[in-house]
Design a protein around this ligand. Structure first.
Ligand code: AR6
Length: 190
């Protein structure tokens, strides 16, 4: 039933650290943590958040509610994390991207991605998978998002050669998003 995610682009860094662009379903990712494209109240209704919540089970929404009760709403810079229920990964990092039109969207998307890397360091994980945060219900233009992700993911590995995070996967769902990200990622490869 499960189609394995296909790798379309790969970049190798210091110590064999690896960046991959794959097409697949984030809920199938066999990594330490997947990033959820969440909203600030962690109500996982639609999009990839809904898919994660349905596939992983009620525990994810329950732990999310407990997080909000304890810490208040999530910001771009500081994501939340929960366990992953029945998903193959260990953690879900709940990150909130910008809604297109609210202002400073590009900077906020960069902060969202950087916040995930900071939390990944605190959790001492070795592998992480990102979805194309903000490009669905939040309507961030896909081409611009691809450029931001490419720059931030490459920057992370270049600035942190000794990182314990050895594998970063960018997981896109549909063919059009894949095409846009592929064009952007190949542009870097000069
Ligand atoms: N695997 C990988 N990517 C997926 C999957 C999947 N199973 N399902 C969708 N995508 P979105 P946003 C892609 O809308 O724009 C939710 O209601 C999708 O094609 O999930 O940040 C939250 O609770 C798109 O490219 O996130 C928030 O309220 C990307 O994931 C709001 O949506 C992100 O689309 C967040 O909106």
């Amino acid at each position: 039933m499960d189609t394995p995610a296909k790798v379309y682009f790969e970049a190798l860094f210091h110590e064999g650290n690896q960046l991959q662009l794959v097409q697949g379903d984030l809920t199938h990712e066999n990594v330490d943590a997947i990033v959820n494209a969440a909203n600030s109240h962690l109500q996982h209704g639609g999009g990839v958040a809904g898919a994660i919540s349905r596939a992983g089970g009620n525990i994810i929404q329950q732990e999310s509610n407990a997080w909000i009760q304890k810490h208040g709403p999530i910001t771009h810079t500081r994501p939340a994390f929960t366990s992953a229920g029945s998903l193959p990964c260990r953690y879900i990092i709940h990150a909130v991207g910008p809604i297109w039109g609210e202002g400073d969207e590009e900077l906020k998307l960069r902060e969202t991605i950087r916040g995930c890397f900071i939390l990944a360091g605190e959790l001492a994980i070795h592998s992480i998978s990102f979805p194309a945060i903000s490009t669905g219900i939040y309507r961030f233009p896909c081409g611009k998002a691809a450029q931001v992700f490419k720059e931030e993911l490459f920057r992370f590995f270049k600035k942190n050669p000794q990182t314990g995070l050895h594998l970063v996967r960018m997981v896109v769902f549909d063919a059009q998003t894949l095409q846009t990200f592929l064009e952007e990622f190949h542009r870097t490869d000069e």
